[in-house]
Design a protein around this ligand. Structure first.
Ligand SMILES: Cc1ncc(C[n+]2csc(CCOP(=O)(O)OP(=O)(O)O)c2C)c(N)n1
Length: 339
């Protein structure tokens, strides 16, 4: 029996399909030069965030690094708002001012989208501290890559989370590479999860290609945190099918390695599990996939037809009160001069 907080599996499979189809479209639009800046795809890793989100309540906090499209979509941000953000349009989830790496959706408690490796990990500790201080039973999910675990801020955050018993789950999306660097060449530990021990924190390894395994482990940890706040660390072993970003041909890994993970595809696996158990027919799956493709396609149209953000809003969201410290509140123009 699923725990009461767990979401419907067919619904979560539909979410994984939407993420996959959305990113395939984004990749195409990037190649057509409709999207500027960086664009990091999550294709292959879908079971990690959907499994985790399936175990949470909508009011739990979520924060992640720059590979963030899936995290917003899984949390309920619309494909329209996500695509418009990639296009730099005013209707985007960050008003077109953030782009691919800086998605943000306060209503769905998705607090970024952070481009500096590891920099958001201390923010997650702060969010969890706030929840505990306010005596809320929210849990903070903090996602990051294997490249983040050797950053100084990561260790400071884990230390404080351990010391203050903060309700936060640090989820390492271990796809074995930080850009082109294998984790074997960057990290002294054989198992990343062993980092948790140094901070008196429970640590678990999950198969990040398996939706159910991620969801069930997260559900168990979350139930324990809600009862009595404490941090936890989860290493989700996964794989990104595409390069680090759109400009990376990924020549540092073999075709055989990629193929091995493709055969273990998280969408195919959940589909097979549900079909075997009589919970999903091929027709239902095809319908869901068609819907996901249509939604992704419609989001491109929405983004194309959306307006650009007004130039005079360029500085409005850089500082909390709209202006730099020490500069008078008169509105700046796009050139940076005061109007
Ligand atoms: C502090 C810092 N150093 C370097 C970079 C450049 N950089 C961007 S992504 C990346 C790799 C990070 O890999 P990982 O954390 O494993 O995440 P993944 O891309 O695998 O999701 C690096 C080094 C950065 N953004 N921030």
């Amino acid at each position: 029996m699923p725990a009461p907080e767990q979401r419907d599996e067919v619904e979560m499979l539909a979410t994984m399909l939407l993420i996959r189809r959305f990113e395939e479209r984004a990749s195409q639009q990037y190649q057509a030069q409709k999207i500027g800046g960086f664009c990091h795809l999550y294709i292959g890793q879908e079971a990690v965030v959907t499994g985790a989100v399936a175990a949470t309540r909508p009011d739990d906090y979520l924060i992640t690094a720059y590979r963030d499209h899936a995290h917003a979509l899984a949390r309920g941000t619309s494909a329209d708002a996500c695509m418009a953000e990639l296009f730099g349009k005013a209707t985007g989830c960050s008003r077109g001012l953030g782009g691919s790496m800086h998605y943000f959706d306060k209503a769905n408690h998705m607090y970024g989208g952070h481009a500096i490796v590891g920099a958001h990990v201390p923010l997650a500790a702060g969010m969890a501290f706030a929840a505990k201080y306010r005596k809320e039973d929210r849990v903070t999910l903090c996602f990051f890559g294997d490249g983040a675990i050797n950053q100084g801020g990561f260790h400071e955050a884990l230390n404080l989370a351990g010391l203050f018993k903060l309700p936060v789950i640090f989820i390492c999306e271990n796809n074995f590479f930080a850009m082109g660097t294998s984790v074997k060449r960057s990290t002294s530990l054989e198992h990343i999860v062993d980092r948790a021990e140094g901070y008196d924190m429970r640590g678990e390894i999950v198969d990040g290609m398996n939706f159910r395994e991620v969801r069930d482990k997260l559900s168990e940890i979350i139930a324990s945190i809600r009862k009595d706040p404490h941090p936890a660390f989860v290493e989700a072993r996964t794989y990104r099918y595409r390069g680090h970003s759109m400009s990376d041909p990924a020549s540092y890994r073999t075709k055989e390695e990629l193929e091995k993970y493709r055969l273990d595809d998280p969408i195919t696996r959940l589909r097979a599990q549900l079909t075997r158990e009589g919970k999903l027919t091929n027709e239902q799956f095809d319908k869901m996939d068609k819907r996901a493709k249509e939604e992704a396609m419609a989001s491109v149209k929405f983004a194309e037809e959306s307006p650009e953000p007004p130039l005079d809003e360029l500085y409005d969201y850089t500082y909390a009160n709209g202006v730099e410290a020490g500069v008078s509140p008169a509105k700046k123009t796009a050139s940076g001069k005061k109007a």
